[in-house]
Ligand binder design. Structure first.
Ligand SMILES: NC(=O)c1ccc[n+]([C@@H]2O[C@H](COP(=O)([O-])OP(=O)(O)OC[C@H]3O[C@@H](n4cnc5c(N)ncnc54)[C@H](O)[C@@H]3O)[C@@H](O)[C@H]2O)c1
Length: 345
């Protein structure tokens, strides 16, 4: 797998050539299609055979949408040597990657992330998948794209809240790896992004993810550092989906990290001042999730379904300090409820 930065159109032209005869198939977020219509049109000459637009809402990461995509590929004559180009945020790269990884037992694919979340996280690391039975990413496979093309100019059109989503994952990289990276990440002003600084941080974040994915591809040990904040986050997302409340993954992660830092203070004496810093930052920049004590039992029940669990335990990644993580940690029900109380009541 190769990651190419900047010069999007030139990079696409460079890589698609050998797939022309077998067909290049584009799966694209419909919003992105409308915004970047000029780029898409300029790529037509590279031999794109067909374009499938998806509406990038979480419910599109479904078995029904995967079936539609498999049917589309079959009807348009795609074969195992064809290339699938996924253009969009994490919803598009998760779904498009899953379809590419399974169609004809797997075709080559390229991810072109158009959100900050997909640049630093979703398009990297080989996890593809769909939601199933009300659970996030319940069905999927580990498969890397052949290329990832990153061009930070694509995020200029993102609304603030979507930038904040990716930024939550960037804070996570700082927290799990080093205080210098965390400091520089806090320095980014999302209202007025310093692109040079952002690009250098994205590269560092990607290196961290690639390193962890390399030493622990199937997410059993060290890679679980990347799940920091995610045990709570996935439960918040499941609760929101049940209640039909809008909640993005990045916002859920931001709040989930505060809860898991609270558990880190209890278990590992993580510095309280860093917990308070993150908590104030999240309160200021992320929409609150309407959670009250009546929701705790449901959140706890969702946590018990998390893929990271072993039988009868809920699994967390906790921090001893910035850059010092512990994977596969347990916490009691009382401690989990205490964290929820601290953050939400
Ligand atoms: N596979 C992984 O390792 C991994 C990691 C993190 C997140 N994810 C998944 O990623 C998904 C979230 O992804 P996301 O936050 O990138 O968002 P997304 O794909 O949901 O896109 C967010 C919104 O931004 C719009 N959009 C996308 N690019 C745009 C652009 N350039 N300009 C304007 N609007 C644009 C989309 O239409 C959508 O409305 C979740 O399903 C999550 O589970 C997967």
């Amino acid at each position: 797998m190769k990651i190419l930065y900047s010069n999007l159109v030139r990079n696409i032209e460079k890589i698609v050539g050998k797939y022309r005869d077998d067909g290049i198939f584009v799966v694209i977020d419909s919003t992105v299609y409308d915004i970047f219509i000029d780029i898409i049109e300029s790529l037509r000459s590279t031999g794109i055979r067909s374009v499938y637009k998806i509406v990038a809402v979480e419910s599109a990461k479904s078995i029904d949408e995967a079936v539609s995509l498999w049917q589309w590929l079959g009807n348009e004559g795609a074969n195992r040597q064809s290339l699938i180009v996924n253009i969009g945020g994490g919803i598009t790269t998760d779904l498009g990657g899953f379809v590419a990884a399974t169609f004809k037992r797997g075709c080559d694919f390229v991810n072109i992330p158009t959100t900050l979340m997909a640049m630093v996280d979703a398009s990297i690391g080989g996890k593809t998948g769909i939601n199933f039975a009300g659970l996030k990413n319940e069905v999927g496979v580990f498969t890397d794209p052949q290329w990832i093309l990153i061009d930070t100019d694509l995020i200029d059109t993102l609304p603030y809240t979507a930038k904040a989503d990716g930024y939550a994952e960037m804070l996570k990289y700082g927290l799990i790896s080093d205080s210098d990276l965390l400091r520089q990440t806090y320095d980014i002003d999302l209202e007025n992004i310093d692109k040079k600084l952002l690009s250098s941080l994205i590269k560092r974040d990607i290196e961290i993810k690639q390193y962890l994915a390399k030493i622990d591809r199937y997410d059993r040990n060290e890679r679980r550092a990347l799940n920091f904040g995610h045990t709570f986050a996935h439960a918040f997302e499941a609760l929101a989906a049940n209640r039909e409340i809008e909640l993005t993954h990045g916002h859920a992660v931001a709040w989930g990290m505060v809860c898991e830092l609270y558990l880190s203070v209890i278990h590992y004496k993580f510095p309280k001042k860093e917990l308070h810093r993150l908590h104030s930052f999240v309160k200021e920049h992320y929409t609150a999730i309407p959670i009250g004590c009546r929701d705790f039992d449901e959140i706890y029940a969702f946590m018990q379904h998390d893929k990271k669990n072993t039988i009868n335990t809920i699994n967390f990644t906790l921090l001893e300090d910035i850059g010092k993580f512990h994977c596969n940690c347990k916490s009691s029900k009382d401690e989990i409820y205490e964290a929820l109380e601290y953050v939400f009541l």
